[in-house]
Design a protein around this ligand. Structure first.
Ligand code: ARG
Length: 458
């Protein structure tokens, strides 16, 4: 019979199918490094509190460091019939540290150990995610700097609305990604709490020093309720939720870029390195990378729903159900990291097609609101101005005329004169929007300076 961490009362091995079904090794391998780091701190604390001898502690720390190095080198191969990464490392330790290995799990359970590992993992991964968000923001900022003087039609409801500066659109995504950073960073407050020492769920009779472990591992706080410590997966759900919002932002960016890159719009041209062709239509250059960034958000939302549903109505303290949180969390982290990294690279290679933009800007109804605002400045109420320009639009549609093609008599019917024709210009239109946060080039340049400063050390 194979020796298990919990094998004492068992006279049979786990059925191979049950073994495979209950194992989490394929996902929690990602926690290997953190598991060892946590064990080193635990061993040191046990010796400090005289629960194990210094000699045992020394052999444990030495063997754990060897395992840590092999994990870092990618050379650690957990035995495939280990139940999870904690067990796999324990088994490797038994080979290296002999009898001392049997003492490491004193005053510890995998229930508090797994929460510790995930918290350590997240402290690193959140840093990595924030760095990737910053690099995507920098790509967007570079794109903005190159496109301060490019006016494009802006859309609401996917219909031509008013002229905007292209950089203003990219800057909007910088704002979204900043809030994503803040959300992830804020979650750290709740992650930075040491659960180790809660043991199975109610602590231990042995004289452990949890504060010492927290100090060794760099945790700001120590959890105050041992039942909550092993029960809590709020912090996992919170991160997945922040990732779902982030993925939603990336998905919307992808959709915008797909639309701007479509044959109907064509403002933007995505570098071939991020496109694929068709097996039957020789001319195709499809935006598959963006489409898959757009689609990946679905998996993250699914993980959020799955993690909430898994925890719903789960009895207090540890239940094995919670093992599945790793698939949801680690899967989401990995996927969002890939999407972010690709988005940053793809944005850097985007080219702007000025001819296609000019074609779209031929639609003079993009200036309808400017004309209404000109009437408001002349004393019209908003409603009168809206009605008047609405009629002008109908007139132009009926007569198949452009506003710029109307003569003074025609314009007069709508309380306008030739003077308004100077408003029918993209940059003039954008620059007129000078209210705080609006799309004028002056505002956009100011926003670029602000973001250059904010992202300098990011
Ligand atoms: N692998 C489990 C998890 O990821 C930890 C093991 C706890 N197992 C147990 N029987 N208490 O949640």
């Amino acid at each position: 019979m194979t020796k298990k961490l919990w094998g004492g009362r068992f006279s049979k091995d786990l059925h191979p199918e049950a073994m495979e079904f209950t194992s989490s090794l394929n996902v929690d391998e990602k926690l290997a490094e953190y598991d060892v780091i946590g064990s080193i701190a635990h061993a040191k604390m046990l010796a400090k509190c005289k629960i194990i001898s210094n000699k045992d502690k020394d052999s444990l720390v030495k063997a754990l460091n060897t395992i840590l190095n092999s994990i870092k080198r990618g050379a650690f191969k957990p035995s495939s019939n280990s139940e999870d990464i904690h067990t796999a490392i324990y088994e490797a330790l038994q080979k290296k540290a002999g009898k001392a290995a049997d003492k490491l799990h004193t005053a510890r359970s995998r229930n508090d150990q797994v929460s510790l590992d995930v918290r350590l993992y997240l402290k690193d991964e959140i840093k990595a995610l924030i760095a990737l968000l910053a690099s995507a923001q920098k790509s967007l900022l570079n794109f903005s700097k190159k496109n301060v003087n490019v006016a494009v039609p802006g859309y609401t409801h996917m219909k031509h609305a008013q002229v905007i500066i292209l950089a203003h659109w990219a800057l909007a995504y910088i704002e979204m990604l900043q809030r994503d950073k803040e959300r992830l960073h804020d979650g750290l407050k709740r992650i930075d709490v040491l659960p180790l020492g809660a043991c199975a769920f109610c602590g231990t009779s042995l004289p452990i020093d949890r504060k010492h472990v927290a100090k060794l591992l760099g945790f700001l706080n120590v959890s105050e309720n041992s039942i909550d410590s092993v029960s809590d997966r709020d912090f996992v759900i919170e991160v997945i939720s922040a990732l779902a919002i982030l993925a939603m932002h990336l998905s919307r960016f992808a959709e915008d870029a797909i639309f701007y890159g479509s044959d109907e719009s064509g403002f933007l041209d995505v570098d071939e390195a991020f496109c694929t062709g068709s097996s039957i239509m020789p001319h195709k250059k499809n935006l598959d990378t963006l489409e898959l960034i757009r689609a990946r958000s679905a998996t993250i939302y699914g993980n959020l729903m799955a993690s909430l549903t898994m925890m719903k109505a789960l009895p207090t303290s540890y239940n094995r159900d919670m093992q599945l949180d790793k698939e949801m969390l680690i899967g989401s982290v990995e996927m969002v990291k890939k999407s972010l990294s690709l988005a940053a690279k793809l944005i850097s290679g985007i080219k702007v097609n000025r001819e296609k933009i000019a074609k779209q800007l031929e639609d003079e109804f993009l200036y309808a609101t400017d004309l209404a605002e000109a009437l408001i400045e002349k004393g019209f109420s908003q409603s009168e101005a809206h009605q008047t320009i609405g009629k002008l639009v109908t007139y132009c549609v009926d007569k198949q005329k452009k506003i710029s093609g109307l003569d003074n008599d025609e314009l007069k019917k709508f309380s306008l004169d030739e003077g308004i024709k100077k408003l029918l210009d993209p940059l003039t239109s954008a620059d007129a929007k000078s209210s705080f946060g609006a799309t004028s080039r002056k505002n956009v340049k100011r926003q670029i300076i602000v973001w250059e400063r904010k992202l300098k050390d990011a």
